[in-house]
Design a protein around this ligand. Sequence first.
Ligand SMILES: Cc1cc2nc3c(=O)[nH]c(=O)nc-3n(C[C@H](O)[C@H](O)[C@H](O)COP(=O)(O)O)c2cc1C
Length: 274
Amino acid sequence: MKVLLVFAHPEQRSLNAALRDVAIKELETQGHEVRVSDLYADSWKPHVDRADFPLLTQDARFIPVAASKDAFAADSLTEDVRAEIEKLLWADILILQFPLWWFSMPAILKGWVDRVFAYGFAYGVGEHSDKRWGDRYGEGTLAGRRAMLIVTAGGWEEHYAARGVNGPIDDLLFPINHGILYYPGYDVLPPFVVYRVDRLDEADFEPIARHLRERMRTLATTPPIPYRQQNGGDYLIPSMQLRPDLGDPGATGVALHVDGGEASRAKRDEVAYG
Ligand SMILES: Cc1cc2nc3c(=O)[nH]c(=O)nc-3n(C[C@H](O)[C@H](O)[C@H](O)COP(=O)(O)O)c2cc1C
């Protein structure tokens, strides 16, 4: 299999870099081909602006969605963005790796998504009708491929549990897993999250590395998060509301969009915390 790892950490001696190297080594040992986009090392340009769209005339108003659509259709996106799109189309599996910064990804990685996930490639794909609302959420350009996150967090695992003060980790990662990865079609695997990392010592590293190696060995077989397919009949069109007979009665929020989401979260917490 071909694996693209997009790495967002500024320091090569960090825990993240050490985990990245463990992952790459295991993947290569398994015979997979690995490519890495090391965003800080590559001085990735993190912001969207007019310079991303060379065909835009100087006096034209810059409308990012329209510029993205036109540039993708005309194959005139900048070389750095085209190279990343080519890697995404090459890879069977995409891994995004980053430290949790302010409950999300570092800005450089968000900027990679903003620039690379172009209109016509990652969104604005497919036709709308009374039966379909475009090709997204389980369908789209990247359907049939897999994606997962490798995340390190300073906070305790309990603090990210269903009733933890930080909010459940699955909810915090939902905009990335569902909104960025599932949206253009990826099957999204459960994330590999390491907690309480700021006080790790040498002895703590090996069990984490062992678990990560195991996750790398099972990339092809791990069941994806069972997000509901948009066009699979679970949602009303065009309101895009979950059908009233699905999900727990009265439930709201992001867990609704996982088939069996509320139950599976409760079960996970029960296993972890009794
Ligand atoms: C700007 C910044 C924001 C952070 N925000 C969070 C956060 O929201 N939640 C959390 O658990 N840890 C947070 N942390 C801690 C980092 O997640 C932690 O230091 C990192 O995962 C350690 O990995 P590293 O040694 O590879 O840098 C933050 C750290 C920084 C520098």
